[in-house]
Design a protein around this ligand. Structure first.
Ligand SMILES: [Cu+2]
Length: 146
């Protein structure tokens, strides 16, 4: 019974999550964290895979849902969790980078409205001029702020 439930839960969690591909870059398990109305910033998480033979460098992104998108890392500074802006993020050739709660994330700053049930469009830009356009589900998770 427990097994059945965990499978169901897994299916529920995985199924709305996006998988988008652009050239050698593939993004899976993407979502945007839903936060209470009035909160101005939120974060997007995902797994970015690079199937190519050259490193790809993520330099930023944009979304119609917020004023700006930046790359952040969460760092532990003597027990104080802090977010640190990253100029870029290297996705190694034949490798992947996981953006997850408590770690790397994309910060959506200056939300233009509260995020409803709808998906959020998020465009990622790479140093070589490549882009990938994602539609991420907004997910309510009880979790610490990234
Ligand atoms: Cu952040």
């Amino acid at each position: 019974m427990m097994k059945y439930f965990s499978f169901l839960l897994l299916a529920l969690v995985i199924s709305p999550l996006l998988s988008a591909q652009s050239g050698d870059i593939e993004v899976t398990e993407g979502y945007v964290r839903r936060l209470p109305p009035g909160v101005l910033n939120t974060a997007a998480f995902m797994r970015i895979l690079n199937r190519g033979y050259a490193d790809r460098v993520l330099v930023g992104g944009s979304t119609p849902a917020a004023d700006s998108v930046s790359i952040h890392a969460t760092i532990n500074d003597n027990g104080m969790m802090k977010m640190e802006h990253q100029m870029n993020l290297v996705i190694p050739a034949q490798g992947e980078v996981l953006l997850e709660s408590g770690g790397l994330h994309l910060m959506l700053m200056g939300l233009k409205g509260s995020l409803g049930e709808e998906e959020v469009e998020l465009n990622l830009s790479f140093q070589d001029g490549g882009t990938i356009s994602l539609r991420l589900p907004v997910i309510n998770i009880l979790d610490e702020i990234p």
